[in-house]
Design a protein around this ligand. Structure first.
Ligand code: NAI
Length: 382
């Protein structure tokens, strides 16, 4: 009835966006349901706040608790600059095996967009989070490692590689590709979505990107054969989810020209990185982009922006991305009415042209409000 949500405040603008966001999320639940249900928030320490309290940026206790958790939410965390310091975000993703990065992209009326019909975009990007370029296997030009690897490639495999190159390796395997596509198809089925598009660069990288596509189709037919239909079948999908694929560069064109034909995107790491940012920019909404990183156990919600150090502590930050991440969490636990209430309130407040400074530049005649006031205005509209 009252799910526990572990939360990390985060650095920079983290504390102020939380202060504005949490009351909105809680009020949406309270106003929607008369049965007293609510989220049970429990704070975990990470980042600078953790360092000050415990001497560690990511205390063991935080990690251990997250390993047992089903729901969590975090603000942005600084990556302290320094040799050997692993990004906290990367550590969290790897330790907790948060293999699917999920970003919904939709338009909010009134925001200036670089395209004519931003309202036609309503997609959810499922990006693989653990392999491809995120495997981090890369050696700089001139290093001993690069020299050894290049020698191996040239001498053992007959590959033509310039000895002065930097080199990177892009591993992509079947089970990791399949678990990502599985999540995307399940989401499509659970949310009444029409299609899942496998986005890849398989025309050039046949055995990594091309294989991702092939494994995606395999998974769809093996596990969801009766509820999905590949586009190649040429049949009317009816109430089944259509599975198709697009080459990554063509997908960028499609997203601009025919966005209404696309729904759920499942893709490899680097493609997903480009595509989710491009789609967010297309709707003018980088400042309003929510996200979640998921394992098979934990759904870990976070805004997609960073700590915005230059505006931190000035009540200028836009809490919208964190609030919409909260709406995603509510929908995930089945409280879709409360999630919709938040979306409607965001629509109204932006429609009234009362926005934080980052959005004010994108809306003609807008009145700039602070982080706190933006949260208060949302609460009034809930
Ligand atoms: P950033 O997202 O913090 O800032 C980029 C630009 O967007 C800045 O002009 C900033 O003022 C603005 N901005 C960001 N969020 C905003 C908001 N909610 N409202 C209004 N304006 C906003 O990215 P940057 O500068 O590359 O990174 C700063 C720090 O954040 C770094 O330490 C980085 O490692 C960390 N970071 C953490 C992330 C996470 O925890 N998931 C994600 C991205 C960056």
């Amino acid at each position: 009835m009252n799910p526990t949500v572990y939360y990390i405040e985060g650095d920079g603008i983290g504390p102020e966006v939380w202060k504005a966001a949490r009351p909105v999320i809680d009020a949406a639940v309270e106003k929607t349901y008369a049965d007293g249900r609510r989220l049970e928030w429990k704070e975990l320490l990470a980042g600078e706040k953790a360092y000050e309290a415990t001497g560690a940026y990511l205390p063991e206790e935080t990690l251990e608790t997250l390993k047992t958790a089903n729901l969590a939410m975090k603000g942005p965390l600084t990556t302290p600059v320094g040799k050997g310091f692993r990004s906290l975000n990367v550590t969290l993703r790897q330790t907790l095996d948060l293999y699917a990065c999920i970003r919904p992209v939709r338009y909010f009326q009134g925001i200036e967009s670089p395209v004519k019909h931003p309202e036609k975009v309503d997609m959810v990007v499922f990006r693989e989070n653990t392999e491809d370029v995120y495997a981090g296997i890369e050696y700089s030009a001139g290093s001993a490692e690069a020299a050894r690897l290049i020698a191996f490639l040239r001498e053992e495999l007959g590959a033509e590689v310039d000895p002065s190159s930097g080199v990177g390796i892009k591993p992509i395997c079947a089970w990791r590709s399949k678990r990502l596509v599985r999540k995307a198809i399940r989401y499509a089925l659970d949310n009444g979505r029409k299609s899942v598009t496998l986005v890849h660069k398989g025309n050039i990288m046949k055995f990594t990107e091309g294989a991702f596509m092939q494994w995606g189709y395999e998974l769809a037919s093996e596990e969801f054969g009766d509820r999905t239909i590949p586009e190649s079948a040429g049949e009317d999908a009816g109430d089944r989810v259509l599975i198709n694929d697009r080459i990554a560069d063509a997908m960028f064109q499609e997203a601009l020209i025919r966005p209404e034909q696309y729904d759920i995107i499942a893709t490899t790491n680097l493609n997903g990185d480009y595509l989710s940012d491009a789609l967010a920019a297309q709707v003018g909404g980088l400042g309003l982009a929510p996200g979640v990183n998921m394992s098979d156990k934990l759904a870990f919600y976070e805004p997609t922006h960073g700590t915005a150090p230059t505006i931190a502590g000035q009540d200028k930050a836009n809490p919208g991305s964190l609030i919409l991440s909260g709406a995603m969490l509510l929908a995930h636990v089945g409280w879709t009415e409360a999630a919709e209430r938040i979306h409607k309130a965001v629509d109204t407040v932006i429609g009234n042209k009362t926005v934080t400074v980052d959005l004010a530049g994108q809306i003609q005649g807008a009145r700039t409000v602070g982080c706190t006031e933006f949260g208060e205005l949302l609460q009034v509209q809930l």
